[in-house]
Write a protein that binds this ligand. Sequence first.
Ligand code: TUI
Length: 314
Amino acid sequence: MSTRFCELVGVEYPVIQGAMARISDGRLAGAVSEAGGIGIIAGMNVPTDILREQIRIAKSITKKPFGVNVMLMADNAEEVAKLVIEEGVKVVTTGAGSPGKFIQAWKEAGVVVIPVVPSVAIAKMMVRAGADAVVAEGTESGGHVGELTTMALVPQVVDAVGDKVPVLAAGGIADGRGICAAYMLGADGVQMGTRFLSAKECNIHPNYKAKILAAKDIDTVVTGKHTGHPVRVIKNKLARTMIELEKRGAAPEEYEQFGVGALRKAVEEGDMDYGSVMSGQIAGLVNKEQTCKEIIEEIFTEAKEVYESRKALI
Ligand code: TUI
């Protein structure tokens, strides 16, 4: 099942564990990489010394390549960009903006650069700037999302840049069916976040994990569309309050205050009422806690079975 993405980064399975702010740390990323995928440590707003510690934790768990995410809207983007070079991190993914000004230094240091993109125009811009691969992320994803669905976005990004770089699909993918579908759309691999929220190595509050395991198909909603930072979360009191205020035409400043610290409330305190419980639409499919190794082996075994059982249809 090796794809050109596997060759590019030197991994067994073409799966990236999506960066999850305040969630994906060295332990999770190390476990994903040790299992044959690419684990990603989220760098957003993590102080440099703590991030360095997390990178070293991942290195102590695995000798295989792993990555760090640079969230470009975050104040510490510049520091994270430098730290990955200092620490010899093999892969960088980026989100919520253009990493253009960092790309040259990363490439000189031999870092594989993989921006996450929500549209064809941004995918083209990233490839022109020197990206080695792109993740085309549909609006089904958790967290900060674009407008397009994975089904519409991935083949269009593949047509636009797939002859130059590998394209990975993200958003709404959590099992072997999703992997097969991504391959059929022309992707060379997938990025999954929500499925890894259920991993044994994922250090979120037990209430958060339970919420994901219990979630149904219609349980997420996008808040903050008017603020320019649309974020998909599990519906709760915080999400309903924000949507109500948006409907009433309240100024973004009025409800953005609710978002401050809300992710920490969910991840660390387990506040499922007023915390920001970021999750993708596929949470309804995520029903059991497993190790990263079990998750990765299961989804790729499933992908083979799905392909065998469905190929006669074509
Ligand atoms: O970045 C994500 N997902 C995220 S970031 C995040 S942290 C956060 N917390 C609170 C509020 C807002 C964010 C949680 N989830 N996904 C990748 C992604 N990147 N989605 C969309 C984009 C994107 C958008 C615009 C990438 C590039 C871009 O370029 C615009 C430009 O030209 O600069």
